[in-house]
Design a protein around this ligand. Structure first.
Ligand code: PRP
Ligand code: URA
Length: 207
């Protein structure tokens, strides 16, 4: 599995363009973000480990397979919530943990305000979801916390990533698989991804 997978599927790119458009209002932004998350999850879970499982159909016994590990989805609040429901529709047996992080406007440091995770994550496939990977501070804090809880099989799913964010994640968590719909050019002086899509949380929730 490569370290960074940019999902070039035409439907993903079509939806990403709708998300970037400043005229897209929260109602539509929510729907489109949800759709693009669902489209991305096929690719993001392609390397999930499976194990053989025999199954008896109404006609015969045959070979099948099942996921080897339990799955937990971990949205980073707030904006990660916009990707949760549609992914849960596709992995309905997944558990859900939550990490609340807020980036300080001036320092751009990510501060925790909520943690709701199992004490031991070692048996789970963990999917960390957050639309934006900007400076990477939030992702690294979230990944550090997952590591403290013993997580071993973790992947990060973003809608947009910056080169700086990817570099920061990989310098703290070498080899961590990242899935994104695009890698944008740069960050501006306020730590926003350019061209980006603006503030994902504000665009989702209107505040
Ligand atoms: C946004 C976004 C990421 C973070 C990315 O959240 O959803 O979590 O910024 O920035 P970083 O890579 O520089 O850390 P924010 O802190 O604005 O909170 P919100 O989702 O509640 O709006
Ligand atoms: N958080 C966002 O929501 N957007 C950015 O461009 C950077 C951080």
């Amino acid at each position: 599995m490569s370290l960074v997978t940019v999902i070039q599927h035409p439907l993903v790119q079509h939806n990403l363009t709708r998300l970037r458009d400043k005229r897209t209002r929260p109602q539509e932004f929510r729907r489109v973000l949800s759709e693009v998350a669902a489209l991305m999850i096929y690719e993001a879970t392609r390397s999930f480990a499976v194990e053989p499982l025999a199954v008896t159909t109404p006609l015969a016994r045959t070979k099948g397979s099942q996921l080897r590990r339990e799955v937990i989805l971990v949205p980073v609040l707030r904006a990660g919530l916009g990707m949760l429901d549609s992914i849960l529709q596709l992995i309905p047996h997944a558990r859900v943990g939550f990490i609340g992080l807020k980036r300080e406007e001036k320092s751009l440091r990510a501060l925790f305000y909520h943690k709701s995770l199992p004490a031991d994550l070692s048996r789970f496939e963990v999917i960390l979801i957050d639309p934006m990977l900007a400076t990477g501070g939030s992702a690294v804090s979230a990944l550090d916390l997952l590591g403290e809880r013993g997580a071993r099989y973790v992947r990060l799913v973003n809608i947009l990533a910056s080169p700086e964010g990817i570099h920061r994640v990989h310098s703290h968590h070498p080899g961590l698989p990242i899935f994104t719909a695009a890698i944008d050019k740069k960050l501006n002086h306020k730590g926003y991804i350019v061209p980006g899509l603006g503030d994902a949380g504000d665009r989702l929730f209107g505040v």
